[in-house]
Design a protein. Sequence first.
Length: 277
Amino acid sequence: MSKTYLITGVSSGFGYEMTKQLLAKGETVVGTVRNDKKVQSLIEEYPNTFFRRFLDVTDTKAINELVADIYQHVDKVDVLINNAGYGLFGAAEELSAEEVNHIIATNLTGSIEMIRSILPHMRKQGGGRIIQMSSYGGQVAFAGNSMYHATKWGIEGFIEAVAQEVVPFNIGMTIVEPGGARTEFRYGSAQVAQLMPEYNKNPAHEFLTMLDQKNGLAPGDPEKMAAKIIESVAIEPAPLRMVLGSIALKSTIDTLEKRLENFKSQTKLAASTDFIE
């Protein structure tokens, strides 16, 4: 039986690749865009199963109106994939207040409000699946990526908590943590702050090497990653996390092991602050 998917940010990257694969499988996709030029071919090829909607995920009112309107036309949305987002690079001092506020509104608040808007509907329909696109940058931090990490660490904490709240309603939630992939995220949509010479030769500017394709392309295959995300919908219970990419997994494990060692070394310190009864 075919499913209906609501996917944000389908004009490029993982959103576009997932939409393309789902439509080829006969699924129905409601995909949000800010500009529909890149999805014209999908509109023409799948007029009965692909429905593009314009949405700026920083607009909470628009999110609520979109979800309400979708449920006027479909019985249920089986899967929500929060995919819209972008990367912002630069040292914390180099970022403007506008850049800070916008990436939070897009990557963090936008995802939160989309989930909050659809939860009442999924609860009433008896269940559903929510997939939140994050990054291994939701567990591992690099200089020059502070605000991107802030949004990803934030949304992961939100998902972990909400996932526990909605289990009784048969709603599963999955955080997807891809490593570097050959998408427009890195080679097109990435935004760079107004760089300061004081940070030249500083770890904060090492991202410039990563963004330059002359230094080699990212190892992740977007087509394979999209396929694994789609396959996860059938897994019961929903996996809380999926790390995609061998480098991403190794980096995550190494980071968590070091973090755990640090916590364990604080056993006496932690106990020393308890009341002694």
